[in-house]
Design a protein around this ligand. Sequence first.
Ligand code: SF4
Ligand code: SF4
Length: 417
Amino acid sequence: MTDVAAGMRGFVSNFGPTAALAMESCVHCGRCAEACQFYVQTEDPRYTPIHKIAPFKQAYEREVGPFAFVYRLFGLAPKVTEAEPTKWQDLIYDSCNMCGRCSLICPMGIDIADLVEQARHGMCEAGLVPTDFLGVLEEKEHATGSPFGLTTAALEKMLHDIGTRHGVVMHVDEPTADIIPTVSSIDLKTYPSSMAAIAKILNHMGASWTFRTDGFDADNVSLTAGDRIGQRSVTLGVIRAAKACGAKVLLMPECGHSFTEMRWEAANQSGAALPFRVLQITELLAEGISDGRIRVNKAPQTATYHDACQLSRRGGATAAPRIILQALGVDLHELEDAGDANWCCGGGGGVALIKRAQPLRDMAFQIKQRQVEATGVATVYTSCSGCRQTLDHGGKAVGWNKTVASLLELVADNLKD
Ligand code: SF4
Ligand code: SF4
């Protein structure tokens, strides 16, 4: 039995004055609809971004809005029934990847992606997280600190195995280090070569670095599920491990959501400024190439680049991949709307985890497919393994003749001796 009342209480109590003001500010211009891939591809008005939070707005108006007593008196905002919140999963989880494109375009400055994130908190408190998330959270991330269900011993073995297979020296659980790379379960499971690429590049730089098995999770599935307690626990675990090493840089791998968590939220979560920099791998690569710590050969080719929403628009790492591609001599054919206005791969915000959302993901992928085909190139580079996986799956489903590849691995494959 779901606890709708608890969900509503949780949501309303979390809905601070800023968010309340934002909701009051909507002028119903409809521009966010044209920014959202789920609306654009389906033309279903339910998928208009501002409408996705309408059920929660209804609760807000009834419970704490400025005219709440009028709504209650005249029954203008009916009480939420037990059946409705389950339907809201479709709006809050399946059809929102938290890409922030609607937030970017809204003339009133309403951060709809943030409102969706807050709505997920309410859904989580009501026990209304989609079951695909629950499997990951309850069975794995809460128990082991890893969405992959990895114990520290298993992770240590996997990292050393990857090093052996790729002929790269791995540093694991060293007591002190300047750079602490975190680990994405997508990389471990699907693209282990990118873990080897990180090690190869850090070794090339002569850096002092180590993976830490006591704080490594670069996925933070709790964050996308709306589980604030789990989100904070994962974040604090990584911070503790980095602090214990005396790290100067916390390095986020080719993975999106935990990067924005670490860059923008981690200090708040821990209650103090972080004693290290948080860099996404492309930022470290761009810095290293620019100051000569990373020396690369040219890798001439034509290609395009897919910006991950959480890395560029929401993370600030938009210029870095272009600096890298230029240094490698890649003839970059930019996608339409490249950079901060980029369209999501379709699987962000945990949508990739939800099996029943596959038709929506496939429709979202069609935007990317059209854009890539318009460039006429054969290779799409990206710096997010979540995007890489979604684009790989979408491409396979349509028999695509494009290669989706890792920018990090391109650098590692073209280091100067
Ligand atoms: S773009 Fe902003 S103001 Fe316009 S409908 Fe969407 S939320 Fe409302
Ligand atoms: S954050 Fe992205 S997917 Fe979600 S409503 Fe806004 S534009 Fe649509």
